[in-house]
Design a protein around this ligand. Sequence first.
Ligand code: Z5A
Length: 212
Amino acid sequence: MSVGRFIALEGGEGAGKSTQARLLAEALRERGLEVVLTREPGGTAGGEAIRELLLDPKGPGWDPEAEALLFAAARSDHVARLIRPALDRGAWVICDRFIDSTRAYQGGGGGLPDDAILALHRVGSGGLLPDLTILLEASSDEIAARLSRRDGGESDRIGGREAEFHARVAQAFRRFADAEPARFARIDGSGPAEATHQAILEAVAPLLPGKP
Ligand code: Z5A
Protein backbone atom coordinates (compact mmCIF):
# COMPACT_ATOMS: atom_id res chain seq x y z
CA MET A 1 0.00 0.00 0.00
CA SER A 2 1.28 3.52 -0.77
CA VAL A 3 2.09 5.92 2.05
CA GLY A 4 -0.43 8.67 2.72
CA ARG A 5 0.95 12.19 2.47
CA PHE A 6 -0.39 15.36 3.98
CA ILE A 7 0.13 18.70 2.22
CA ALA A 8 -1.22 22.00 3.58
CA LEU A 9 -1.43 25.29 1.72
CA GLU A 10 -1.05 28.40 3.81
CA GLY A 11 -0.88 32.15 3.33
CA GLY A 12 -3.03 35.25 3.46
CA GLU A 13 -6.42 35.74 1.85
CA GLY A 14 -6.21 35.85 -1.96
CA ALA A 15 -2.72 34.31 -2.15
CA GLY A 16 -4.13 31.59 -4.43
CA LYS A 17 -4.38 28.68 -1.96
CA SER A 18 -7.72 27.27 -3.19
CA THR A 19 -6.72 27.60 -6.86
CA GLN A 20 -3.39 25.87 -6.23
CA ALA A 21 -4.89 23.18 -3.98
CA ARG A 22 -7.26 22.28 -6.83
CA LEU A 23 -4.49 22.22 -9.46
CA LEU A 24 -2.26 20.08 -7.23
CA ALA A 25 -5.10 17.63 -6.53
CA GLU A 26 -5.75 17.26 -10.28
CA ALA A 27 -2.04 16.71 -11.03
CA LEU A 28 -1.71 14.03 -8.35
CA ARG A 29 -4.91 12.26 -9.44
CA GLU A 30 -3.51 12.16 -12.99
CA ARG A 31 -0.61 10.17 -11.51
CA GLY A 32 -3.12 7.62 -10.19
CA LEU A 33 -2.99 8.71 -6.54
CA GLU A 34 -6.08 8.89 -4.34
CA VAL A 35 -6.41 12.53 -3.26
CA VAL A 36 -8.67 14.04 -0.62
CA LEU A 37 -9.01 17.79 -1.20
CA THR A 38 -10.30 19.59 1.85
CA ARG A 39 -10.23 22.91 3.69
CA GLU A 40 -10.21 24.57 7.10
CA PRO A 41 -12.23 25.56 8.84
CA GLY A 42 -14.48 22.86 7.40
CA GLY A 43 -14.03 19.55 5.65
CA THR A 44 -16.63 17.64 7.74
CA ALA A 45 -20.25 18.42 8.64
CA GLY A 46 -19.16 19.53 12.12
CA GLY A 47 -16.22 21.54 10.77
CA GLU A 48 -18.45 23.32 8.26
CA ALA A 49 -20.98 24.15 11.01
CA ILE A 50 -18.19 25.70 13.11
CA ARG A 51 -16.98 27.57 9.99
CA GLU A 52 -20.34 29.33 9.83
CA LEU A 53 -20.08 30.32 13.50
CA LEU A 54 -16.59 31.71 12.97
CA LEU A 55 -16.79 33.50 9.63
CA ASP A 56 -20.35 34.76 9.16
CA PRO A 57 -19.94 38.58 8.94
CA LYS A 58 -23.34 38.90 10.68
CA GLY A 59 -22.32 36.48 13.49
CA PRO A 60 -21.63 37.52 17.09
CA GLY A 61 -17.80 37.69 16.82
CA TRP A 62 -15.32 36.00 19.18
CA ASP A 63 -12.35 36.88 21.33
CA PRO A 64 -9.04 35.34 20.19
CA GLU A 65 -9.27 32.68 22.94
CA ALA A 66 -12.76 31.52 21.94
CA GLU A 67 -11.78 31.73 18.27
CA ALA A 68 -8.73 29.49 18.86
CA LEU A 69 -10.88 26.95 20.72
CA LEU A 70 -13.44 26.88 17.90
CA PHE A 71 -10.73 26.43 15.24
CA ALA A 72 -9.18 23.65 17.37
CA ALA A 73 -12.58 21.93 17.76
CA ALA A 74 -13.26 22.13 14.01
CA ARG A 75 -9.77 20.74 13.31
CA SER A 76 -10.17 17.92 15.84
CA ASP A 77 -13.32 16.69 14.05
CA HIS A 78 -11.66 17.15 10.64
CA VAL A 79 -8.56 15.17 11.64
CA ALA A 80 -10.49 12.36 13.38
CA ARG A 81 -13.17 11.86 10.74
CA LEU A 82 -11.50 12.75 7.45
CA ILE A 83 -7.74 13.40 7.50
CA ARG A 84 -6.46 10.52 9.68
CA PRO A 85 -8.61 7.85 8.01
CA ALA A 86 -7.49 9.08 4.56
CA LEU A 87 -3.79 9.03 5.51
CA ASP A 88 -4.19 5.60 7.13
CA ARG A 89 -5.54 4.10 3.90
CA GLY A 90 -2.66 5.61 1.89
CA ALA A 91 -4.43 8.63 0.34
CA TRP A 92 -2.88 12.06 -0.16
CA VAL A 93 -4.62 14.83 1.75
CA ILE A 94 -4.41 18.38 0.40
CA CYS A 95 -5.73 20.85 2.90
CA ASP A 96 -6.47 24.53 2.24
CA ARG A 97 -5.16 25.95 5.58
CA PHE A 98 -4.31 23.95 8.74
CA ILE A 99 -2.68 24.53 12.17
CA ASP A 100 -0.26 27.22 10.93
CA SER A 101 -3.27 29.42 10.11
CA THR A 102 -4.32 29.34 13.77
CA ARG A 103 -0.74 30.08 14.82
CA ALA A 104 -0.58 33.01 12.37
CA TYR A 105 -4.11 34.48 12.77
CA GLN A 106 -5.05 33.84 16.40
CA GLY A 107 -1.38 33.89 17.50
CA GLY A 108 0.48 36.40 15.31
CA GLY A 109 -2.63 38.46 14.54
CA GLY A 110 -4.65 37.97 17.75
CA GLY A 111 -1.81 37.84 20.28
CA LEU A 112 -2.29 34.31 21.73
CA PRO A 113 0.93 32.51 22.71
CA ASP A 114 2.15 29.95 20.19
CA ASP A 115 2.68 27.29 22.89
CA ALA A 116 -0.98 27.59 23.98
CA ILE A 117 -2.17 27.09 20.39
CA LEU A 118 0.13 24.09 19.95
CA ALA A 119 -1.12 22.64 23.28
CA LEU A 120 -4.72 22.84 22.01
CA HIS A 121 -3.56 21.13 18.82
CA ARG A 122 -1.95 18.28 20.79
CA VAL A 123 -5.17 17.73 22.75
CA GLY A 124 -7.54 18.10 19.80
CA SER A 125 -5.62 16.55 16.92
CA GLY A 126 -2.74 14.57 18.43
CA GLY A 127 -0.34 17.29 17.25
CA LEU A 128 -0.64 16.12 13.62
CA LEU A 129 1.56 18.18 11.27
CA PRO A 130 1.61 18.16 7.46
CA ASP A 131 4.51 16.44 5.67
CA LEU A 132 4.84 19.66 3.68
CA THR A 133 3.35 23.11 4.20
CA ILE A 134 3.34 25.34 1.15
CA LEU A 135 3.38 29.01 2.10
CA LEU A 136 2.07 31.07 -0.81
CA GLU A 137 3.09 34.72 -0.84
CA ALA A 138 2.05 37.59 -3.10
CA SER A 139 2.38 41.36 -2.91
CA SER A 140 -0.38 43.26 -1.11
CA ASP A 141 -1.19 45.17 -4.33
CA GLU A 142 -1.64 41.94 -6.30
CA ILE A 143 -3.81 40.47 -3.53
CA ALA A 144 -5.95 43.61 -3.25
CA ALA A 145 -6.56 43.55 -7.03
CA ARG A 146 -7.58 39.87 -6.95
CA LEU A 147 -9.93 40.30 -3.99
CA SER A 148 -11.53 43.39 -5.44
CA ARG A 149 -12.15 41.54 -8.75
CA ARG A 150 -13.61 38.56 -6.88
CA ASP A 151 -15.41 40.04 -3.87
CA GLY A 152 -15.93 43.71 -4.75
CA GLY A 153 -15.16 44.83 -1.15
CA GLU A 154 -17.09 42.09 0.77
CA SER A 155 -15.03 40.12 3.37
CA ASP A 156 -15.63 37.47 5.99
CA ARG A 157 -15.35 38.33 9.68
CA ILE A 158 -11.60 37.60 9.83
CA GLY A 159 -10.60 38.66 6.30
CA GLY A 160 -12.18 42.09 6.95
CA ARG A 161 -9.84 42.97 9.84
CA GLU A 162 -7.49 45.97 9.62
CA ALA A 163 -4.29 45.97 7.50
CA GLU A 164 -2.03 45.84 10.61
CA PHE A 165 -3.68 42.56 11.68
CA HIS A 166 -2.97 41.01 8.26
CA ALA A 167 0.61 42.35 8.31
CA ARG A 168 1.20 40.57 11.66
CA VAL A 169 -0.31 37.39 10.17
CA ALA A 170 2.02 37.54 7.14
CA GLN A 171 5.01 38.16 9.39
CA ALA A 172 4.08 35.17 11.58
CA PHE A 173 3.82 32.86 8.54
CA ARG A 174 7.31 33.97 7.42
CA ARG A 175 8.67 33.35 10.92
CA PHE A 176 7.25 29.80 11.03
CA ALA A 177 8.64 28.99 7.57
CA ASP A 178 12.09 30.30 8.50
CA ALA A 179 12.05 28.28 11.75
CA GLU A 180 11.11 24.98 10.04
CA PRO A 181 12.62 25.00 6.55
CA ALA A 182 12.23 21.22 6.19
CA ARG A 183 8.44 21.36 6.68
CA PHE A 184 7.77 24.56 4.72
CA ALA A 185 8.22 25.57 1.09
CA ARG A 186 7.87 29.33 0.56
CA ILE A 187 6.52 29.92 -2.94
CA ASP A 188 5.95 33.16 -4.82
CA GLY A 189 2.28 33.19 -5.83
CA SER A 190 2.23 36.60 -7.57
CA GLY A 191 2.72 35.32 -11.11
CA PRO A 192 0.33 33.40 -13.35
CA ALA A 193 -1.39 30.44 -11.67
CA GLU A 194 0.35 27.94 -13.98
CA ALA A 195 3.83 29.19 -12.96
CA THR A 196 2.96 28.87 -9.28
CA HIS A 197 1.58 25.38 -9.92
CA GLN A 198 4.90 24.29 -11.49
CA ALA A 199 6.83 25.61 -8.47
CA ILE A 200 4.50 23.66 -6.15
CA LEU A 201 4.97 20.47 -8.16
CA GLU A 202 8.75 20.84 -7.75
CA ALA A 203 8.35 21.25 -3.98
CA VAL A 204 6.08 18.18 -3.77
CA ALA A 205 8.20 15.96 -6.06
CA PRO A 206 10.42 14.51 -3.26
CA LEU A 207 7.29 13.11 -1.56
CA LEU A 208 6.05 11.21 -4.61
CA PRO A 209 6.06 7.40 -4.53
CA GLY A 210 9.39 5.95 -5.59
CA LYS A 211 11.39 8.90 -4.20
CA PRO A 212 13.74 8.05 -1.32
N1 Z5A B 1 -8.63 31.36 9.70
C1 Z5A B 1 -8.14 31.65 10.97
O1 Z5A B 1 -8.22 32.80 11.41
N2 Z5A B 1 -7.59 30.65 11.71
C2 Z5A B 1 -7.52 29.36 11.27
O2 Z5A B 1 -7.04 28.48 11.98
C3 Z5A B 1 -8.05 29.08 9.95
C4 Z5A B 1 -8.58 30.09 9.21
C5 Z5A B 1 -7.99 27.68 9.43
C6 Z5A B 1 -10.95 31.37 6.10
O3 Z5A B 1 -11.39 31.98 5.01
C7 Z5A B 1 -10.69 32.51 7.10
O4 Z5A B 1 -10.45 31.93 8.38
C8 Z5A B 1 -9.46 33.27 6.71
C9 Z5A B 1 -8.43 32.91 7.77
C10 Z5A B 1 -9.24 32.44 8.91
N3 Z5A B 1 -9.79 34.68 6.73
N4 Z5A B 1 -8.92 35.50 6.28
N5 Z5A B 1 -8.10 36.07 5.86
P1 Z5A B 1 -11.59 31.29 3.58
O5 Z5A B 1 -11.26 29.86 3.63
O6 Z5A B 1 -12.96 31.64 3.14
O7 Z5A B 1 -10.68 32.22 2.74
P2 Z5A B 1 -9.14 32.26 2.55
O8 Z5A B 1 -8.51 31.05 3.13
O9 Z5A B 1 -8.64 33.54 3.06
O10 Z5A B 1 -9.06 32.07 1.00
P3 Z5A B 1 -9.38 33.00 -0.23
O11 Z5A B 1 -9.72 34.41 0.05
O12 Z5A B 1 -10.36 32.27 -1.05
O13 Z5A B 1 -7.96 33.04 -0.89
P4 Z5A B 1 -7.09 31.89 -1.59
O14 Z5A B 1 -7.72 30.56 -1.42
O15 Z5A B 1 -5.71 32.05 -1.13
O16 Z5A B 1 -7.15 32.34 -3.10
P5 Z5A B 1 -8.00 31.77 -4.36
O17 Z5A B 1 -9.44 31.55 -3.94
O18 Z5A B 1 -7.29 30.67 -4.99
O19 Z5A B 1 -7.87 33.04 -5.29
C11 Z5A B 1 -8.45 34.27 -4.97
C12 Z5A B 1 -8.87 34.98 -6.28
O20 Z5A B 1 -7.71 35.25 -7.05
C13 Z5A B 1 -9.77 34.11 -7.17
O21 Z5A B 1 -10.68 34.95 -7.83
C14 Z5A B 1 -8.79 33.47 -8.16
O22 Z5A B 1 -9.39 33.16 -9.38
C15 Z5A B 1 -7.74 34.56 -8.30
N6 Z5A B 1 -6.39 34.04 -8.51
C16 Z5A B 1 -5.83 32.95 -7.91
N7 Z5A B 1 -4.55 32.79 -8.34
C17 Z5A B 1 -4.31 33.79 -9.21
C18 Z5A B 1 -3.16 34.15 -9.98
N8 Z5A B 1 -2.02 33.47 -9.91
N9 Z5A B 1 -3.25 35.25 -10.74
C19 Z5A B 1 -4.40 35.99 -10.79
N10 Z5A B 1 -5.54 35.68 -10.10
C20 Z5A B 1 -5.48 34.60 -9.31
